[in-house]
Design a protein around this ligand. Structure first.
Ligand SMILES: Nc1nc2c(ncn2[C@@H]2O[C@H](COP(=O)(O)OP(=O)(O)OP(=O)(O)O)[C@@H](O)[C@H]2O)c(=O)[nH]1
Length: 258
């Protein structure tokens, strides 16, 4: 059974900061946001977690293996190097959406995202043990995105197609299964999932094909951490390419830390 630890990362009082004392140059904000994401990816990734940029002012991480001390250290390293601080809410649940819901509630209960007095909330429960199947990661990929879109359409029209597929997938996976799906670049979507079977993934792919006319394949992996599960999922996706199949599962033991 999956036991996913999810962390909500929320920049404290970011809205007011972006316009104080005057509106800040947009590209300066973009630079700061993407550097913060890069640093979070490095911090969380080096501890075998995954972080997703979502809206940049709020980010979502799968943090199995990161305890409260690691979360405190993350807050300190952001505080020491950025003009903003971050609040962190953490929770553990079988369905990633339930962990995120509770994690978010912990931050919301401490005050508004735009409350100048609410800084560096750290509230949560952590997964103290770990099992081989704690985390399930599904790595979705558009079939032949290069031939269908990248080599044929201008970048904006390619982007629309990919985003439409992503929108259909993220909503379906959230509503049907409580999974959290994130666009990670190119034609790739990575989802933190509960335990689902082949038929569930096939139904998701069929739904996206009908709703957005985008063809997907998916590799699924399980592991103690997001990295372990995600790495296995990447191997399973390669199996899809090799076998010409739509859904492939990998065993937790096929993951190698790299
Ligand atoms: N984030 C991420 N992006 C990837 C990964 N693999 C490929 N990409 C991106 O996806 C784009 C398309 O690559 P592919 O998915 O290999 O190409 P494709 O044309 O869809 O071919 P097939 O997937 O084999 O059908 C690349 O330009 C990358 O931007 C990955 O593992 N992670």
């Amino acid at each position: 059974m999956t036991t996913t630890q999810v962390t909500l990362v929320q920049i404290d009082n970011y809205g007011p900061w972006t316009v104080t004392p005057d509106p800040r140059r947009e590209m300066d904000l973009q630079t700061m946001q993407s550097r913060l994401f890069a640093d979070l990816a490095q911090f969380v990734g080096s501890r075998d977690g995954y972080v997703f940029f979502t809206r940049f002012d709020n980010m979502v991480a799968v943090t199995n293996g990161l305890d409260s001390a690691a979360h405190e250290r993350l807050q300190a390293t952001v505080r020491n190097r950025y003009p903003v601080t971050v609040s962190l809410g953490v929770d553990v649940a079988e369905r990633p959406i339930d962990a995120l819901e509770t994690a978010t509630g912990r931050v919301q209960n401490a005050g508004s995202a735009q409350d100048g007095d609410r800084r560096e909330v750290l509230a949560g429960t952590y997964r103290e043990e770990s099992d081989d199947d704690d985390v399930a990661i599904a790595h979705f990929d558009v079939n032949n995105a290069t031939g269908k879109y990248t080599d044929r359409l201008n970048e904006f029209d390619s982007f629309i197609r990919i985003e439409q597929g992503y929108a259909a997938l993220m909503r379906y996976m959230r509503e049907e299964h409580g999974a959290l799906s994130f666009f990670v670049g190119g034609d790739n979507v990575i989802a933190a999932c509960p335990d689902l079977d082949q038929a569930d993934y096939r139904a998701a792919i069929d739904h996206v094909n009908e709703a957005a006319d985008v063809d997907l394949k998916v590799g699924v992996g399980h592991g103690r951490s997001a990295h372990e599960a995600g790495f296995a999922a990447k191997h399973a996706l390669e199996d899809c390419r090799y076998e010409g199949t739509t859904v492939e599962f990998a065993g937790a033991t096929s993951a190698t830390p790299e």
